[in-house]
Structures are given as C-alpha cells and as structure tokens.
Design a protein around this ligand. Structure first.
Ligand code: PLP
Length: 365
C-alpha cells in the first residue's frame, strides 16, 4: 500500500547466485566455481581488447561482423544468428517470447540454476523432470510435458552434472514434443564435446520450426567477462529473440574480442585438449577414492560433479579445498547437499585438488 509492490511472481525470485571467489574467512581463492577457462583467453582476443576504440560511440547494434564470422566458423546463415549479453540474455528472451503466467517451462531436475529463475521472471512455472542417474532423461522429460508446457530448456552438456545426451537422444526428445513447444538446446559447453557431435543441434534447429540452439563465448573461448553469447534457429524464432533483446546489447570491446577469438580456433582446440586430459586425470583419481564414498558423474563439460557419501563430507572437502586456496561450488540450494561441482583448472590446480581429496581420505580412514 505504502510502497511499490512487485508482481507476485517477481516476489518469489532470488538473484542469480554466482560461484564464489573467497573463503568463509574472506581469503582470496582460485576460482574453480564458475567453469571459467583456466587457460585464460586467446592472445588474439586480448590483443583486440587492448586496441583503442571510441568508447563514446554506441557499438554496432546488430553485431554484423561478429555474426558473419560465427556463421563462417559453423556453416550457418548469419541472418539466423542473434548475439546477446551472454547467452543468458537470449535464453531469457526465448522464454519471455513463449511463456507467461499459467504456462510451464520444463527442465531436467538438475539443470543450470538460471533456468527456474528465467521461468519465474516471466510468471511461468518451472517444472522439473526426474533425472536418470543425475542427467537428463528423455523419457521423463516427455512424460512431464503438459498442455501448459511452452518451452523445454536442455543444457547439453548439462550444468551442474556434466552429462551429455548424444544427438540421437536430443532428436528423440524433439520428435516427442508437440510442434508448438520450443526446445532450447543450450550448448554453453558445446566446444568441449567430441567435434563429431558439435553440429547436430544446429542441424536439428535448421530442419524444424521449434528449436533454438545457444552458444557462448564465456567458457571454452575464455571471454566470460565480455558477456557475449548467441542463438541460432528458424527465422521466426530468431526474429522473436531479436525483438526482445536489449538494444546495443553487445559492447564494442566484446564484439572485437569475440571476433578475434573466433579467428584463433587453435586456442579453443588447446582448451578442449587440456580439459579432456585434466578431467580424465581428476576423474581417475576420484575413482580411486571410491572406497571412501567419493565418486564423480561422467562429464563431457569442463567440470566434475563430485559426490561425497562416506566419512569425508562435501562440507569438509569444501573447507579443505578453500584452505588449499581453491573455491569450488557447493550445491545444497540445487538439491545436491552432498556434492561439489569442481571446474577443471590448470594442471597445478587439478593436482592440488587431487592431493587435498587424498589427504582428507587418509585422515578419515
Ligand atoms: C555458463 C553457462 C551459460 C553461459 O552463460 P553466459 O550468459 O553466456 O555467460 C549458459 N548455460 C549454461 C548451462 C551454463 O553453464
């Protein structure tokens, strides 16, 4: 009465909770909590960022050069690409375009923590399909579709699990959806998967009227700070996202950095190779701690979801890793109180994580 009151669905929303970078005591930690690239950014991108530009001028509102370059790298039509302030902005636009109060936005039980917020922001209800293991189950997603379902959000690979649905499973999910339900395939970690699988979702989106695919420069491209993502799909969906996105939503420095980063595919390949090697090393070390109740979900992304079911608890591991100088992601708010999501860091960081977990198990044994 005496002050502005938010819409009821807005009142339920909390702000997005990012990965931490300090310990409980305020000590600065190396972040293994936000899935950033431990190799940093491409030198070409850093050089582009160091170039002078006219900060007083608005950027290209349509990111034309960047969209052209993305199209060339992926064999896409630049007219069917929209760039955003991170892919998060574009996911929001897609949900906003198709869902509102009374509607449902469907996702797997363990998905990107932003997804339920996106549903609630537009007044829709997030609906969680039961997982298989911890990853997405096509059968359970399809069984959870109702008349109210407007959008299905699939992060593939998934965050926080790291699980990956192969192209045939994504196609089966799509084939089982009513044609008026939008399937968004969020490939934030797409560059980390087997290159043989990397264009399947683009082909699905090109062949149907109800599929959007999102990508980002925040992960393998190492440009999270610049906030650049993009989506592609059929013209009518791309047009909706384009109408809803912010004007001038990608900064001039972001456009330049992304353009330069695209030209340095060797950096992306090196990032993938580092990740594949170090993820396998961490997974192998964790498998050896199985008799201490510690296990990791198979991952195709740049992190591992590590479960603590024995004498060593997730809280103890979180504290010990902080003592060793590392911030990892504890996920009780996502229904995973006994798990930590650990980003694959530098070789030294992975060695430190392994040593810390081994020491904890030695102490607990
Ligand atoms: C990190 C991440 C993104 C990327 O968000 P940006 O806004 O592009 O930085 C998108 N989806 C998932 C599942 C992620 O984990």
């Amino acid at each position: 009465m005496s002050k502005p009151e938010p819409k009821p669905w807005i009142a339920q929303i909390h702000a997005y909770v990012p990965g931490t970078s300090t310990s409980a005591g305020g000590k600065r930690l190396v972040k293994l909590s936000a899935n950033e690239n431990p190799l940093g950014s491409s030198p070409a991108a850093l050089a582009a960022l160091a170039e002078r530009h006219v900060a007083a001028d608005y950027p290209d509102p349509d990111a034309r050069a960047l969209r052209q370059a993305i199209a060339e790298v992926h064999g896409l039509d630049p007219a069917l690409i929209v760039c955003g302030t991170g892919s998060g902005e574009l996911l929001h636009c897609a949900v906003q375009a198709l869902a509102g109060p009374g509607d449902e936005v469907l996702m797997s039980r363990y998905s990107f923590s932003l997804y339920p917020l996106l549903a609630r922001k537009v007044g829709a209800t997030p609906v969680f399909a039961a997982p298989e293991g911890y990853g997405a189950s096509v059968d359970n997603l399809l069984a959870a579709v109702s008349e109210r379902t407007k959008v299905v959000l699939l992060d593939n690979p998934n965050n926080p699990v790291g699980s990956f649905l192969p192209p045939a499973e994504v196609a089966r999910l799509h084939a089982g959806l009513p044609p008026d339900v939008l399937l968004v395939v969020d490939e934030a970690y797409g560059e980390y998967v087997d290159p043989a699988f990397q264009s399947a979702a683009f082909q699905l989106a090109a062949a149907h009227e109800n599929v959007l695919v999102s990508r980002t420069f925040s992960k393998a491209y190492g440009l999270a700070s610049e906030r650049i993502g993009w989506v592609t799909g059929p013209a009518h969906l791309v047009d909706l996202v384009n109408r809803l996105r912010g004007a001038f939503n990608v900064s001039a420095s972001g456009q330049k950095a992304a353009l330069a980063a695209l030209s340095d595919q060797a950096f992306v390949a090196a990032s993938r190779a580092h990740n594949t090697r170090e993820r396998a090393r961490l997974a192998e070390a964790i498998a050896m701690l199985g008799n201490h109740g510690i296990s990791a979900c198979p991952s195709e992304a740049n992190f591992l979801l590590v479960h603590f079911a024995g004498a060593v608890t997730a809280e103890q591991a979180l504290a010990a890793l902080a003592d060793a100088g590392y911030a990892v992601r504890h996920l009780p708010s996502q229904g995973l109180p006994c798990a930590l999501r650990i980003t694959i860091g530098t070789t030294a960081a992975v060695s430190d994580v392994i040593a810390t977990l081994r020491r904890l198990c030695g102490e607990a044994a």
